[in-house]
Each structure stands twice: as structure tokens, then as C-alpha cells.
Design a protein around this ligand. Sequence first.
Ligand SMILES: Cc1cc2nc3c(=O)[nH]c(=O)nc-3n(C[C@H](O)[C@H](O)[C@H](O)COP(=O)(O)OP(=O)(O)OC[C@H]3O[C@@H](n4cnc5c(N)ncnc54)[C@H](O)[C@@H]3O)c2cc1C
Length: 360
Amino acid sequence: MKSLKENFQKAHIVIIGSGIIGKFNALELSELGFKITIIDPTQLQNSSNAALGLLMGNMYQKRRGRSWDLRKKSIELWPQWIKFLQKFNCELNIEKPLIQLTTNEEKFKKLEKFIYENNDENLRILGKDSIFINNINKAFHTKNIKGMISFKDGRINALSLLQTLDKYLKHKKVNYLRGEIIKIKKSNNQWIATTRNNENIKSDIIILCNSLKAIDLIDNLSHNIKLKPVLGQAMEIEINDKEVDLLSLPKQFNINGKNIILKSRNKLIIGSTDEYSTKPEENTFEKLTNFLDEKPNWLMKAKISKKWFGIRSRPDGEPSPIMKNLEDGLIICTGFYKNGILLAPVCSKWVANEIKNYIY
Ligand SMILES: Cc1cc2nc3c(=O)[nH]c(=O)nc-3n(C[C@H](O)[C@H](O)[C@H](O)COP(=O)(O)OP(=O)(O)OC[C@H]3O[C@@H](n4cnc5c(N)ncnc54)[C@H](O)[C@@H]3O)c2cc1C
């Protein structure tokens, strides 16, 4: 049996896909001393680049089960990673708090019950007399908005996070290969990943972080994993109206399921849609502003200044996400339909533990 250090230094790990899940695994595993190669044909079109970066963990209303466990662990891990990554980008931060609002009385009652039963000092009800609610009612011309505030949840700028991870990986001299993997196979106890250009990359371990395309690389008869695409659109709108004071709004909040981020005094980001397709539907503005029965004038007159989309993978027949050890030296992390940014640290921690168990 080789020593722990010897095994760690020897093992070469190939990560297929460089969205947030691939990059975070590369970060965690290179900190452990592994030799990493990360492979992706293009990072530009992945869903990570489309993400709004909201970290909705502590406000999750089910306080037991796998989904809650994953969220809870990620919330614990995030502050440590932020501190670490600030060495590479001192501006990287989680902007807190996060506000969740509803105009539905029944949903609000559920929120009240959740907060009453959990007695968590980081969660509070926002009633009619709160300053946040007052400002939101004033801006959106509403009367019946209520909700909760979470001081532990917030938002990280997803693009800035991805760029910071790139900077770290470059600093660590992690091998980045631009290419599409079309086949993987095991031969003589080694994994071989073949690119479209017929290049073979040998490794001890492969981690599939390539979202929907992961199932093309595995033997689906033995593993039976099904994924479906869910497209999400988001937009930035520009408001040319003195009627509204956007700067009075919270930095990030959610009304009736739509996430709203304050970008500047005349710009908001709104996301996202859930479209079971790979082509974006055309009525983006309509779909993203339907969170209120009656829209204020300034919102109706707003212009889209930017819009974008990303395609996520949703597991079919099992809960999201899929994190599995498929066979010796082959791990899959896919199906991050929602919350891939939030859950990246818990995913990489799980992968690191699986690899430690495999090696020893
Ligand atoms: C509009 C929108 C808003 C969102 N907002 C949030 C949010 O606020 N908070 C949050 O936590 N989550 C959010 N999400 C969800 C989040 O973006 C996803 O959960 C996350 O990005 C999934 O990351 P991933 O690394 O699994 O996949 P991806 O980012 O899609 O990366 C997969 C990568 O695999 C590569 N690849 C594919 N096939 C191959 C191959 N054969 N060989 C090599 N590489 C390959 C692709 O090029 C791609 O770069 C949002 C998503 C969208 C679309």
C-alpha cells in the first residue's frame, strides 16, 4: 500500500466540462494536491455563464431530506471558499440579505409557519410595516406584498466567480484543454478520454461535469440516468422613467418566483424562465414580468437592454442533482437543474471524499 501522499501526487484526474461544477471540483481537488486536467470545447455557452448567482439556501422551507442537507452544507462551506478566493479577487463577495416575497396569502401563511416553527434568527417575516415592503409597494404600486428576509442568503456575481476560478486554476497551472470528449473507456486500470480530434487523454479518474452531454459518455444500459433540458432566460431592462426610484429597492429579491437584481439606478436584471425546450421562447419580456397581476407603468414601458439564456439539465425520474460514483474511477455530477452555483461547494466536497475512499 502506497503512502497517502504518494497516491495523491500520482493520481491524474480528468474533469470533463468546465461550468461551475467542473471548475469547483478542479479547485477542491487541486488544493488536495491532485494533478488535474479540465476539458471543455467552449465555456461561453454553458448555463453557469447565464446564472444570476442567487444563493437560496437557508430560506429553503423543507428542513430535512437530501435537498436540505446539500443546501445546509453548502451554506456552511461558502464563507470559507469566499475567504480563500478573495486572494485572487478581493472584490468577490456574497451580497446579503435575500428577500422572498409573495402576493399569495396562502403562501405567506406557509412562510409565517415556517419561520415560527424554525426559530432561526437569520430568518424574519417582513410584514406590511417593514421599510423594504414599503419601498417595494411604492415602486411596484402594490398593496398586498409580504414575505421573509434571510440574512444568511444572498447573491454572488456568477461571472465574477467563474473568472476568479479561472484565475486560480491558471495560478495552480491546472491543465486546461479546449476540446470535446466524444468517448471514454477503461483499459488496463486507466481511463482514456478521446477528443473529437482523436487525441487520447489518460487518467486514473474521470469526473463527468458536462451537464446534459454526460449521458452520451456513459453506458446507459448499466447506469440508467435520464436528463432533460430546461432552458432558462434572463434579461436586463432599462427604465427611462422618473416615476420610480430603483435605488430604494433591495439589492436582490424575489417576487412570486421571479428573481430581481438591482443593477444600477435605471437597470434591473430579472430571471428566469423554465422552458422545457432547447430553443428560447420569444415572449421573454412577457414571461419575465408576469410576477404581478398589474404591472406599474415604468415596468410596462421598460426596454430590454440585454437578454440571455442557459440550458440546464434536469434529472428525469430521480431528484436533482445527480452525484454518483458510477464505477471504479468514474464519477458523475450532473442534473444541476437549479442552484448549481449554490451547491458547487457541497458537490466538490462530496467528490473529494469519494476519491479519498477510492484511492485508499
Ligand atoms: C438564467 C439562469 C439563471 C440561473 N440562476 C441561478 C442562480 O441564481 N443560482 C444558482 O445557484 N443557479 C442558477 N442557475 C442554475 C445554474 O446556472 C446551473 O445549476 C449550473 O450552472 C450548472 O452548472 P454545470 O457546471 O453543471 O453545467 P454547465 O454550466 O452547463 O457546464 C457544462 C459544461 O460542459 C461542457 N461540455 C458539454 N459536453 C462536453 C463534452 N463532450 N466534452 C467536454 N465538455 C463538454 C459544456 O461546454 C459546458 O461548459 C441559473 C441558470 C440559468 C439558465
